[in-house]
Design a protein around this ligand. Structure first.
Ligand SMILES: Nc1nc2c(ncn2[C@@H]2O[C@H](COP(=O)(O)OP(=O)(O)OP(=O)(O)O)[C@@H](O)[C@H]2O)c(=O)[nH]1
Ligand SMILES: [Mg+2]
Length: 353
């Protein structure tokens, strides 16, 4: 299943606008349901030079699935309300892109207040989910089930901190606690990337964005600034006009590219590459995945029958111009099962079928 990131935030904070900008900038597929969902290509400036080198028939980028959910209102999760159903849709997302309105539109701009509301909604929904699990565990533990008793205790700890309003991701949960709550898919445990949605890029250092940066820093999270509407407008233009206006609006690089890359970092993901006349292909694995696990992203046979990996670093391949030249220059390494794949490795997997 594709790695998923979910856009989350108050109503009218610009989630769908950002979703459109992201998908317009990098759409690989689109299917509109009640939630907007799209698979997007992860922008990667290593692909173009590789395409020039190999002239492959196909070029395949690493992908990420982005989910846009309608806004959560204060109080919407209590008593089985609509918010619960909305949060249910982010059960499977791996990371949250928390959009915070930093542009003028009627109501006051209040990043701190907005973040608090969303956190509280998540905590409220999570408490209900966890309570269901705790009820089940209580029944089981009454019959003396040791495992259930232990799990119950761990869940109650998380519950008591949620009760005081602390999102699970800020609770410094132990491995055991994380394991005990894993099947609950709590919303507030998911890693967050804060997105300050600005009226214009000129506002990047104004108080609202500064405040949000502080909030993010306090919990060790990252914040990025985007001008959602400007970017969504840009993708409507043809190439020449887009260049012109991009500069005029002070957007130095597509903030959507920055956003996608920041999501990648947040999830601890890296990209490795396979190349050849058939295809240039960017693959996603976790930072720290050993070679066989990464190879398994290409094909499960490659993981099972893994023998070795031939690795050339991307800059060496570009500089030397071919795999043969890289090998002659001693820049192709043979790596075994223990090798941890690095971002930008160009690999060939040797395996037995
Ligand atoms: N000035 C300004 N307006 C924006 C920006 N982003 C969104 N808007 C406007 O804010 C309104 C709401 O934007 P949406 O993207 O629909 O917001 P949403 O978060 O998806 O809203 P819900 O799905 O209803 O929760 C629209 O009128 C947008 O044009 C922005 O960066 N700057
Ligand atoms: Mg929307």
């Amino acid at each position: 299943m594709a790695i998923q990131a979910g856009l989350l935030g108050l109503p009218q904070c610009g989630k769908t606008t950002i979703f459109n900008a992201i998908t317009g900038a990098a759409a690989a597929g689109f299917s509109a349901t009640e939630m907007n969902r799209a698979i997007i290509n992860v922008p990667d400036n290593r692909i173009e030079p590789l395409v020039e080198l190999y002239h492959p028939e196909k070029t395949i980028y690493a992908t990420l699935e982005v989910v846009d959910i309608p806004g959560l209102q204060a109080g919407s999760t209590s008593e089985g309300g609509r918010g619960n159903r909305l949060l249910g849709h982010i059960k499977d997302v791996n990371a949250l892109l928390h959009v915070v309105r930093c542009f003028e539109s009627g109501g006051a701009i209040d990043p701190a207040g907005d973040v608090e509301i969303i956190d509280l909604e998540m905590v409220t929904a999570d408490l209900q989910t966890l309570e269901n699990k705790i009820n089940r565990l209580e029944k089981k533990s009454r019959s003396g089930d040791k495992e259930a008793i232990r799990e119950l205790e761990l869940c109650r700890k998380v519950q008591s901190r949620l009760d005081t309003g602390i999102p699970a991701r800020k609770q410094n949960l132990s491995q055991a606690e994380l394991k005990a709550i894993a099947d609950c898919h709590l919303a507030s445990v998911k890693p967050v990337l804060y997105i300050a949605n600005l009226g214009a890029m000129d506002n990047a250092d104004d108080p609202p964005a500064k405040k949000l940066r502080e909030i993010a820093a306090e919990e060790g999270a990252e914040m990025i600034v985007v001008a959602g509407r400007d970017e969504a407008d840009l993708i409507e233009l043809d190439e020449d006009d887009r260049q012109l206006f991009t500069e005029e609006l002070g957007i130095t690089e597509s903030s959507m590219a920055r956003l996608i890359r920041a999501t990648y970092r947040l999830l601890g993901l890296i990209t490795f590459l396979t190349t050849g006349p058939d295809e240039v292909h960017a693959w996603t694995c976790r930072d720290g995945d050993p070679a066989p696990v990464a190879a398994g992203k290409i094909h499960s046979d490659m993981e099972k029958g893994f023998i070795r990996m031939e690795v050339i670093r991307y800059p060496d391949l570009i500089e030397l111009g071919s795999e043969e030249a890289a090998a002659r220059a001693g820049k192709m390494r043979l790596e075994g099962k223990e090798y941890l794949v690095r971002d930008g490795d160009v690999v060939v997997v040797r395996f037995s079928k």
